[in-house]
Design a protein around this ligand. Structure first.
Ligand SMILES: Nc1ncnc2c1ncn2[C@@H]1O[C@H](COP(=O)(O)OP(=O)(O)OP(=O)(O)O)[C@@H](O)[C@H]1O
Length: 453
């Protein structure tokens, strides 16, 4: 309502100004008074509030009214207000350029930026879509869509990307792509480095073979951190088969500190819930039903022993019928903390994170030795209610106060699409594709250079 009234007011000012400017051009006299009426006596802070309320499109037009308004409208704080939070973070914290670009220009550049393709190829589920969209266009089962994992990597990748472009009904040559690189070959050894390099090169080769103009390939863990508007911290991805705990400082994976891997993931949780249901005589026909029940009814208890004494029964109407679960609801997520409940010999997730934090603390990599204290969760399983709170509690119990003070565990900021969203943030930067992407020509030159050595 207020905005409508203000819009009417500025329209009248705008019309006056247009009238004046046409008469000024007719008279060839640019120094005529602008005649903004009551607006002329408004103090700048009130005008700024009006600009805020009008929104970016109308505010941009008002810059044409007069010099003083143009100057007011170039205020960075005003345009920071118009940018979404994640965009503000990206433009200020992820910029690869040292040049200062006024936010008004940043806003205009982002508006004009053509959409790019965003692909997060998870080992279980692949998410793909457009940088301008709020969510992926589709989420598909990787192995069902893209076939047998035994086929050689390059062929598989060509099929993988080819299918995505077909599904998106878009020509690969028409826009750049941001693609996630899975967190794998974890160690800081020569052979792991070579395997990581090989995978990245296969991704680039497959995409350039399809004539994609520019490619930005970034690690899944880093992307999840970006989605939480962080550049440093510990990125914990509960994946399809394994969980990785990745220390990241200023966007770089700290391999020398060490990536922890726990052999537990979404698949194990679904399998475990299925077993529990069978043991408790709850019959089901399909593992899809079990997966749905896991997503709809399961949670992580804040205190496992205390939860066992409570009445935790709840029901859900699945495609197969009505299901009622009780202890299974929190026992499923508990295997992340007590893997032996599922017969898995591994450390608990809290122990893996504490170990990683301990290594980060001892490594003294940064002047600010608190950089590792933000833990960002990603992966569908990390959406289990109560997980972040329980992890925070366990970390405080495990670590000495100087390491645990200030710890914050952030639930997946965009649910199971967290890494996809991190990639979308990059694809929407005002400077994209510029410094973020490798072009086919650059890739060829680099490969030629590497071969000549
Ligand atoms: N709310 C939820 N609670 C529990 N599990 C969930 C929830 N939402 C999704 N999941 C589970 O998350 C799993 C898919 O996770 P995700 O999409 O992160 O896998 P992925 O990206 O293929 O894994 P990876 O990181 O190994 O590549 C599915 O098993 C799904 O049931």
């Amino acid at each position: 309502m207020v905005a409508t009234v203000l819009r009417k007011l500025w329209e009248s000012a705008w019309l006056k100004r247009s009238g004046n400017s046409s008469s000024s051009s007719n008279n060839n006299n640019s120094s005529l008074p602008l005649g903004l009426g009551a607006f002329e006596s408004l103090p700048p802070d009130i005008l700024m509030q009006i600009f805020h309320l009008l929104g970016p499109k109308d505010a941009a037009k008002l810059g044409l009214v007069c010099k003083s308004w143009r100057s007011l409208l170039s205020n960075d704080a005003l345009w920071a207000h118009f940018l979404p939070h994640f965009a503000l973070f990206a433009e200020t914290s992820l910029s690869l350029s040292s040049d200062y670009i006024p936010f008004q220009r940043v806003y205009a550049l982002r508006e004009r930026l053509p959409a790019s393709v965003i692909i997060d190829g998870g080992s279980g589920y692949c998410k793909f879509g457009w940088s301008k969209d709020a969510a992926p266009l589709a989420r598909v089962l990787t192995f069902l869509e893209f076939g047998n994992v035994e086929t050689p990597m390059y062929t598989r990748l060509c099929h993988f990307f080819g299918t995505i472009y077909t599904r998106m009904q878009v020509k690969p040559s028409s826009q750049p792509v941001v693609v996630s690189v899975p967190i794998c070959h974890y160690d800081d050894t020569e052979s792991a480095r070579a395997s990581r390099q090989q995978l990245k090169e296969a991704i680039y080769t497959a995409l350039f073979h399809m004539n994609v103009p520019a490619v930005c390939a970034l690690n899944q863990g880093t992307l999840a951190l970006y989605a939480a508007q962080q550049t440093s911290g510990i990125s914990v991805n509960i994946g399809f088969q394994v969980t990785s705990v990745v220390p990241i400082l200023n966007g770089k994976v700290m391999r020398k500190v060490g990536v922890e891997v726990v052999g537990l993931g979404a698949l194990k949780l679904t399998g475990f819930l299925g077993e529990q249901m069978q043991q408790n005589n709850i019959s089901f026909d399909s593992l899809y039903t079990v997966r749905t029940l896991k997503e709809k009814l399961c949670y992580v208890a804040s205190d496992y022993e205390a939860e066992l004494l409570k009445d935790t029964q709840a029901s859900f109407e699945a495609a197969e019928g009505l299901f009622t679960l009780s202890k299974e609801r929190f026992q499923t997520g508990e295997i992340l903390f007590q893997p032996r409940l599922a017969g898995v010999r591994a450390m608990g997730l809290h122990q893996a994170i504490a170990l990683c934090m301990d290594h980060c603390y001892s490594a003294e990599l940064s002047g600010n030795n608190d950089w590792y204290k933000t833990v960002v969760l990603s992966g569908g399983t990390a959406c289990l209610p109560g997980l972040a709170e329980r992890l925070e509690k366990e970390l405080h119990l495990l670590l000495p106060p100087h390491e645990s003070n200030g710890i914050r565990v952030v639930p997946p900021p965009y649910g199971e699409d967290t890494a996809w969203f991190g990639a979308k943030i990059i694809g929407s930067l005002s400077t994209f594709p510029g410094p973020w992407c490798t072009t086919k020509k650059q890739f060829r030159q680099k490969s030629k250079h590497n071969r000549s050595w």
